[in-house]
Design a protein around this ligand. Structure first.
Ligand code: DI6
Ligand code: FE
Length: 410
């Protein structure tokens, strides 16, 4: 007997990154996994005899739980003042060079206690949960010393353990050069590679390692050094690649078999070919493109042509993408980057899961995968990317368990 069965649902299974529609569908969960999925007419018996709990979905659309595969949601403070400065004409790079930018958030995050950080992160997480997110990636990178980086990762693990959502953590020590290492780049990289990475790996605090490869951050050579160390410690890598200029980030990520290369506005065709060969996912972050008013579009046509799977994420962070809505990220991926609504939904399900190394267990409605679902009040799945600022979530299910009233913010 199954734990629970959802009947009379229209399923967007998202298998292979397509809608994979099953009209008049049913889906069952046992032990937190999908035990059965298909057309209700093919159920092996009377629903009441098959499962302990029956949920009638009233013909609504049921999708996999959404995956936000790139966020910086643990941090303190905000950068609203920088937003004003940019509106007065300063550029993101100028503000960063003048000691604002990432380093401003580092100061605030270092000063915050774990309890304070967890409270701030919990609020942001709740907004994602309210839109059907069931898996979220959270990066460090606003600590930039051993104590504050490990604090951020512990907070991310903690908020994950106390909410009905899966949190995957990524160590981003190579996000920016902290002020106390100004003009001592080499020494900071020593700290990242020889002290922080082993400490984080030893404590099991990170599922992956990321770096910001950019003119205002770390060079490809410096990034490669971090990646070598990650590889030696058995951790997969991801990369903030080619966001503001072509640094060869896409090819570098591919060379290390990265799970994903993220942003990619300036990526070259050669880099995209390398990603295709390496199986590296392209994570598109339209929130940052929008908020920084970038002009250079990511090469979506080339990504399609070379068969690189495209994920979509919020990049939720205080500097370049204060975006707390995965549904709006989907909409922007369509309006700004010209993804189809089907690609956008695949980007926050099947391909988002792949970008986290979770393709075998998450992101589609298939037997054996985690029973994480979202149920929507929409007439077609394309409507999820179409609406702006609406939230059609009706119910969310995490590991086979529907959210209770306290979690159900919809
Ligand atoms: N790229 C980004 O868009 C964010 N980090 C990164 O490496 C920006 C982070 C910030 O401005 O605080
Ligand atoms: Fe980012």
């Amino acid at each position: 007997m199954w734990d629970a069965l959802w009947t009379n649902a229209r399923l967007a299974t998202m298998r292979g990154g397509r809608y994979g529609v099953v009209e008049r569908g049913a889906i069952a969960a046992s032990g937190g996994r999908i035990a059965w999925v298909g057309g209700a007419a093919d159920l092996p018996g009377e629903p009441a005899k098959l499962a302990r709990e029956i949920h009638e979905c009233g013909g609504r659309w049921l999708t996999p739980g959404l995956v936000d595969c790139h966020t910086h949601l643990v941090h303190a403070g905000n950068r609203a003042r920088e937003f004003e400065q940019r509106l007065e004409g300063a550029s993101y790079e100028e503000i960063a060079r003048a000691g604002g930018g990432i380093v401003a958030t580092v100061r605030a995050t270092r000063a915050a206690s774990e309890v304070e950080l967890a409270a701030l992160a919990g609020k942001r997480l709740a907004r994602l949960v309210a839109e059907g997110v069931t898996t979220v990636e959270v990066k460090s990178g606003y600590g930039l010393d051993v104590a504050a980086e490990t604090k951020m990762l512990r907070v991310a693990r903690l908020v994950g353990a106390t909410a009905a959502i899966e949190v995957r953590t990524t160590f981003l020590g190579a996000h920016a050069l902290p002020p106390e290492f100004r003009d001592r780049r080499e020494a900071y990289l020593d700290l990242v590679c020889e002290t922080m990475l082993p400490a984080v790996a030893g404590a099991g605090l990170a599922d992956a390692v990321d770096a910001f490869c950019e003119r205002i951050a770390f060079t490809p050579e410096e990034t490669a050094r971090v990646f070598e160390r990650a590889r030696a410690l058995g951790l997969p890598v991801k990369l903030h690649a080619d966001q503001l200029s072509d640094c060869g980030g896409a090819a570098l990520a591919a060379r290390f078999g990265a799970l994903s290369a993220d942003h990619l506005e300036y990526a070259s065709e050669e880099g995209i070919r390398a990603m295709a060969r390496a199986g590296t996912v392209a994570v598109l972050l339209p929130g940052a493109f929008y908020f920084l008013r970038e002009r250079q579009l990511p090469p979506v046509g080339l990504l399609r042509e070379h068969g690189v799977p495209m994920a979509v994420a919020t990049d939720l962070n205080p500097g370049s993408s204060p975006l707390e809505s995965i549904l709006l990220a989907m909409n922007m991926a369509c309006t700004l980057f010209r993804l189809t609504p089907e690609e956008a939904l695949a980007g926050v399900t099947a391909h988002g899961a792949r970008a986290l190394g979770l393709a075998a267990s998450h992101g589609t409605l298939e037997v054996g995968k985690v029973a994480d679902f979202a149920l929507w009040d929409v007439e077609t799945p394309g409507e999820l990317a179409y609406r702006m600022g609406a939230n059609p979530l009706v119910a969310r299910v995490f590991r086979g368990v529907p959210d209770g009233p306290s979690q159900s913010l919809a």
